[in-house]
Write a protein that binds this ligand. Structure first.
Ligand code: IPM
Ligand code: MN
Length: 372
């Protein structure tokens, strides 16, 4: 029996193109794995009313981890319009399957390394080596939202906080509320993950990116927890930055930073900024991680107009594959893969269109495989 069972989820659009690229390098590395296809994505929303069918969840429970391509998502009305006729008008609501996977499998850490590989013409600056640790299940993604806000909720809040008074004159149907809910446990866990990574890979700083001067309780809990955790790592400096200022600093001197830790929403925002510093979505890898299970995905979308054209940059997917190998404990394979990716970038002979080249997705993957 193969050592690993890996769920194989191309998803939508170019997800399939880049997963084919990943398969080329995994086969060349001879990872001892069985790849189990699993259904996810827009097609299953349209035909079954669920982009993440129960059978997929069942399959995932039988695997070590999953590799995921890309997903299409559309606003509510467009999503409803594309449903099969027999599913229309049943009150089905589209929601992101990747968010559902993070919640269902309690994948509390979203790891997003952003490194400027030498020779990448898309680098914003040289010397950038950022690693974002984004809390992945709570915060504004908790899903506790109201519109209209029920009277009971309003009254209860007003009893505990007089700032609620300023909405007294607003009708319930004219009021929307999305709760930012953060637990000490999740704050501690994401900060610890950041510090452990810094310790293991020699980063000198961990910067917690929040906004505790205004969002006193949730951002405050993150910062207070971080100060406690930091005491256990005397050799690593804890830096504190507000999210708005941090966007400025990252444009000004990104090379000064190392590990960044943030709550879910701020981490979402800052990881796009960091990705653009090192070549954009074509280079943005990510892992949704817990100790027991993980889902690895490039951060880019499904780019439907390029579907099946093998045109898009597979680097994000290949770097994502590297993260998966690390998580599986195949550190030697992971290192070889990253070295080979770096070589192909540096040589500049095989580049997709976004890097100014004309190579196909698979040609780039073949070049990486040839250097392994
Ligand atoms: C990401 C994406 C997702 C998120 C979307 C697709 C729900 O932007 O992985 O960063 O908001 O987390
Ligand atoms: Mn995002």
């Amino acid at each position: 029996m193969p050592q690993y069972r890996i769920a194989w989820m191309p998803g939508d659009g170019v997800g399939n193109d880049v997963m084919d690229a990943a398969k080329i390098v995994l086969d060349t590395l001879k990872l001892d794995a069985e790849y189990i296809p699993a259904d996810i994505g827009w097609h299953f929303w349209c035909t079954e009313g669920n982009p993440l069918p129960d059978r997929t969840l069942a399959t995932l429970k039988e695997t070590n981890c999953a590799l995921f391509g890309a997903i299409t998502s559309k606003p509510r009305d467009e999503a409803e319009a594309e449903l099969a006729p027999e599913l229309k008008g049943k009150g089905l609501l589209y929601s992101s399957p990747i968010v559902a996977l993070r919640q269902t499998f309690k994948l509390g850490t979203n790891l997003r390394p952003c490194k400027a590989y030498p020779g990448n013409p898309l680098n914003y600056k040289e010397g950038i080596d950022l690693v974002v640790f984004r809390e992945n299940t709570e915060d504004l993604y908790s899903g506790v939202e109201f519109h209209p806000v029920p009277d009971e909720v309003r009254q209860t809040l007003a009893k505990h906080n007089n700032k609620m008074n300023k909405f007294d004159h607003v009708d319930a149907q004219d009021l929307a509320m999305s709760c930012r809910i953060n637990s000490r446990q999740a704050c501690r866990s994401i900060v610890t993950a950041g510090f452990e990574y810094a310790k293991k890979f020699g980063y000198k700083t961990v910067t917690v990116v929040e906004k505790p001067n205004v969002i006193r309780e949730t951002s405050g809990l993150m910062i207070r927890t971080a100060r406690n955790v930091a005491k256990e790592y005397p050799d690593i400096a804890l830096w504190e930055a507000n999210i708005d200022a941090m966007c400025m600093w990252l444009i000004k001197n990104p090379e000064n930073y190392g590990v960044l830790v943030a709550s879910n929403m701020f981490g979402d925002i800052i990881s796009d900024l960091c990705a653009q510093l090192v070549g954009g979505l074509g280079f943005a890898a990510s892992g949704n991680i817990s100790d027991e299970f993980a889902v690895f995905e490039p951060t880019h979308g499904s780019a439907p107009k390029y579907e099946g054209q093998y045109k898009v940059n597979p680097m994000a997917m290949l770097l994502t594959t590297k993260l998966m190998l690390d998580w599986l404990g195949e550190v030697d394979m992971a290192t070889r893969l990253e070295t080979s990716i770096a070589t192909v970038i540096k040589e500049g002979k095989h580049r997709t269109y976004d890097m100014g080249g004309s190579s196909s997705t698979l040609e780039v993957a073949e070049a990486v495989a040839a250097n392994l």
